[in-house]
Design a protein around this ligand. Structure first.
Ligand code: GRF
Length: 307
């Protein structure tokens, strides 16, 4: 049921065949019912599209791109590109890509918010450099396609930066949310998605950011510095680590006898709330750029208020 909700919205004319409890990495492909022979797992009806797993990640990356290209392409890409507008606001529903390298608790909280109808968008695809990480496992359990990036010699199915841009375009991705993705985002992606890539960092940037500041190292450095406050920052992504424009922050106290684990847990709790709030604003077109290049969030309740 969850999978149906999360996948079906952008595909208004499609039938989604859920793939249950797949523990192995997989790719999804769109198969036209008119161009493929029916199987018991496919729903067949004119103008409908079924999803079907092809095989675990083991094939070459170039064929990945081809598999995303629908067999009966004009018909099926049209089905995918249907723009769904909120009838009240006229705002188009967005497609999100989430990038993770680890446990994926932020990814999970955003996905849960999508399922609860809080976010005017859907998670179209998960991108990871660690196919066995908790975030990738959660994606597979929830029938969200998984892409392996960056290119790795030992993983022929992994994608280069240019192939990733092509794949994200095929998924009609509007925004990219980095949620614990530890690799630098290449310039090809930054240029392909201007003002459309966000990252969450577990300190109040610009303090305790940059190369080497990740995971527990951030919280250890905060405690060692004697700072009395920390908290998550969500910022737009440029081609460097943690230097893009700050969009949202939340303050968390650092207490006298804090351990890095305790501080991390306190910050993470706020991260989950903040990322959902920001994803909600993003999908409702409520990000406004001030003349000096600072991004602001317009309040939903009072459109004259910005934070
Ligand atoms: C979070 O602390 C986030 O700020 C940082 O990486 C961590 C990811 O945690 N970028 P999770 O994988 O979402 O649980």
């Amino acid at each position: 049921m969850e999978a149906r909700r999360s996948l079906s919205r952008p595909y208004s004319n499609c039938v989604v065949t859920p793939i249950r409890n797949l523990k192995k990495p997989y790719f999804l492909s769109l198969l036209s019912s008119s161009s493929s022979s029916p199987s018991s797992s496919q729903t067949v009806s004119p103008n409908r599209v079924s999803f079907k797993t092809l095989y675990p990640i083991s094939s070459k990356s170039e064929s990945f791109i081809n598999r995303l290209q629908c067999r009966n392409s004009s018909h099926e890409l049209n089905a995918v590109s249907d723009d769904i507008e909120d009838p009240r606001t006229g705002i188009r529903r967005k497609n999100l890509a989430v990038f993770v390298s680890g446990g994926g608790s932020n990814f999970r909280s955003i996905h849960e918010a999508v399922l609860r109808g809080l976010v005017h968008g859907d998670i179209a695809v998960l991108v990871t450099n660690k196919p066995g990480c908790g975030g990738a496992e959660y994606a597979r359990d929830n029938n969200i396609p998984v892409i392996l990036f960056p290119k790795m010699k030992e993983k022929p199915e992994s994608l280069s930066a240019n192939d990733l841009v092509t794949a994200l375009r095929r998924y009609k991705v509007d925004f990219i949310l980095l949620a614990g993705y530890l690799k630098l985002i290449p310039i090809e992606l930054v240029q392909a998605y201007p003002r459309s890539i966000l990252n969450i960092h577990p300190s109040l940037l610009p303090a305790f950011g940059g190369k080497g500041y990740y995971g527990m190292k951030v919280h250890q450095a905060v405690i060692a510095s004697g700072a009395r406050y920390s908290g998550p920052t969500i910022h737009f992504v440029d081609e460097h680590y943690d230097t893009g424009r700050i969009l949202a922050q939340r303050v968390v106290p650092v207490v006298a006898n804090d351990t890095s684990d305790e501080l991390a847990a306190r910050v993470l709790q706020q991260e989950h709330q903040l990322y959902v709030e920001v994803a909600t604003a993003l999908c409702e077109d409520r990000i406004v750029w001030r003349e000096d290049g600072v991004p602001l969030i317009r309040s939903k309740e009072n459109p004259n208020d910005y934070s």
